[in-house]
Design a protein around this ligand. Sequence first.
Ligand code: GZL
Length: 319
Amino acid sequence: MRQALAALTAALTLALASSVSAQSMTVGFSQIGSESGWRAAETTVTKQEAEKRGIALKFADAQQKQENQIKAVRGFIAQGVDAILIAPVVATGWDAVLKEAKEEKIPVILLDRQIDAPDSLYLTAVTSDQVHEGRVAGEWLVKDVGAKTCKVVELQGTTGSSPAINRKKGFEEAIAKTTNIKIVRSQTGDFTRTKGKEVMESFIKAEGGGKDICAVYAHNDDMAVGAIQAIKEAGLKPGSDIKVVSIDAVPDIFKAMAAGEANATVELTPNMAGPAFEVLAAYLKDKKEPPKWIQTESKLYTAKDDPMKVYEAKKGLGY
Ligand code: GZL
């Protein structure tokens, strides 16, 4: 009886200790901005995940500027937070500020984008396999097009960001296996609808009013939705005259799919923070080192996947 009581007391103390440590945890989050529906959802979910765990989250929106992110991270360091989350807008230029965090023994976790820096400068990176996302998008187009000659225009994400670099790489690998599918124009739309529309308008003008374009590959759904608008305004049918394939799986792309105006998207979860907070708690409690990369799932959706049902399921999730 006495042993059972002792075991119960120990278990309760342990549970209390870990919950107290989570409650007293303060985490700084340097978010890129709110450039896309997916980014808005990531912010919403991160705040929810922190709330669930009683973590005090200090949030900083950088309006897509790296200097604002670096300033925010320096602020978090000065405030002596327990940990820092960064969604890095571009892949380079992080070494100095990450060294400063390391000197103060503040662990840093990267969310949704990778960086070109020694992985000793951060605890882990929670991201999808962005090359794989591009490859899945490319393979869908290869299958859809068959032997037909297909001129593709590409709307790239933010220049210098890991998703823009990697999604381009994966897509090009997939279509390189064919001789009939080629990217004829490629330019950044900075992951936004507005820019995606503008750039697609210029592609349409440059390619015979759009009738020579077989498909648009957009590195995210927001630029694809902008491109759909431009295609319609040019008097063409998105989804049939010009196929539309993109990445993120935000609700609005499923609405377009249900209307026959988009064809395929590769899902990216907005919940990078949940896995991050889990490994962070284990690290802060007993210095348990996580793997340097925690990969999130990617799933292809097409019009065969009941798009309106997916839209309904996703629309309340903070997009
Ligand atoms: C990818 C993420 C990208 C999304 C865009 O992991 O960083 O940034 O695909 C967002 O919607 O702008």
